[in-house]
Design a protein around this ligand. Structure first.
Ligand code: A2P
Length: 270
């Protein structure tokens, strides 16, 4: 109760127990479908880069929670999220209206399989994202641990429209200038594709994997279980298709309890 009283004086409903009530510090809208927000980080909250949490708003007696990957790295003093705006969506319809100073609820326990611990060591890690699926990788590419584990990081991002790539482009540009992790800049490759507008690479990443275009563009051999690792985050259909392709290349799905050569995040709904 003490937490509820002190954390969110403007909340219309009491803060439920077992959640943190945090203050929004920044909101940026990219398109009519996409926005990011940052909020304060509770001093006691620890997570591994790539994990997700359940996010809600203090706007109902029983708030609606949705899984959100934490897009900021484990060392960051704030928490960042990248969200879709679902028309009529029970959470995002309201979440898209938040402003600095507002309260966001976060359940206390982070979890997830898109973590370095769930992958066996390798030379190169591919991160395959569509749409807001880039969020866990926004965390991982900013974590020095990723570069301790892998020589090369290939962040693949496919969106419907060019404007939807903007968050990732800003992220990578800021990463390259960051005094803490910028030293790893030449080990990160950002490979973007767009499917519904003219673009130099106008194809789904899955097609580029199957027809070899991805590997020709990167100047590397096709994916092999000896050298390469994969992480996948996107819609259910994208997860299924990308997983099947990685399995054809001989990679085997891993988990926290049994690390493998690729991992998939299944927590998200479209
Ligand atoms: P496309 O425009 O050809 O459907 P969404 O917003 O629907 O999740 O889509 C985000 C991006 O993911 C789009 O560029 C979309 O391509 C692509 N995509 C959708 N389904 C798949 C899939 N099964 N495999 C690979 N990419 C996909």
């Amino acid at each position: 109760m003490a937490e509820a009283a002190s954390a969110a004086p403007e909340a219309a409903f009491p803060i439920p127990s077992g959640v943190f009530a945090e203050t929004v510090t920044e909101v940026k809208h990219y398109t009519d479908r996409l926005f990011k927000f940052r909020m304060t980080r509770p001093a006691s909250f620890r997570f591994r880069s790539g994990e997700f949490v359940m996010i809600g708003l203090p706007n109902a007696e029983k708030p609606v929670y949705r899984a959100y990957s934490i897009a900021s790295p484990a060392w960051d003093e704030e928490l960042e999220f990248f969200s879709i705006k679902v028309p009529g969506g029970p959470l995002t319809e309201h979440l898209q209206k938040i402003r600095p100073g507002d309260t966001v609820l976060m359940r206390k326990k982070p979890t997830g399989t898109l973590v370095n611990d769930a992958l066996l060591p390798g030379k190169r890690v591919y991160m395959f994202a569509t749409g807001t699926g880039i969020a866990p990788f926004a965390s991982l590419i900013r974590d020095p641990e990723t570069y301790e584990k892998f020589e090369q990081v290939i962040l693949c991002h496919t969106c419907r429209e060019v404007a939807e790539l903007k968050y990732g482009e800003e992220l990578v540009a800021a990463f390259r200038e960051d005094p803490l992790v910028g030293e790893f800049s030449d080990r990160l490759v950002h490979y973007t594709t767009v499917t519904r507008e003219p673009y130099p690479r106008s194809w789904r990443i899955t097609d580029a994997m199957e027809n070899g275009q991805l590997f020709r563009d990167l100047g590397v051999d096709p994916i092999s279980p000896e050298e390469d690792r994969g992480m996948i985050c996107g819609s259910m259909a994208m997860l299924k298709d990308t997983k099947a392709i990685l399995e054809k290349f001989g990679l085997v799905e891993g988990s926290n309890s049994e690390p493998g050569t690729f991992v998939v995040e299944r927590a998200f709904v479209d």
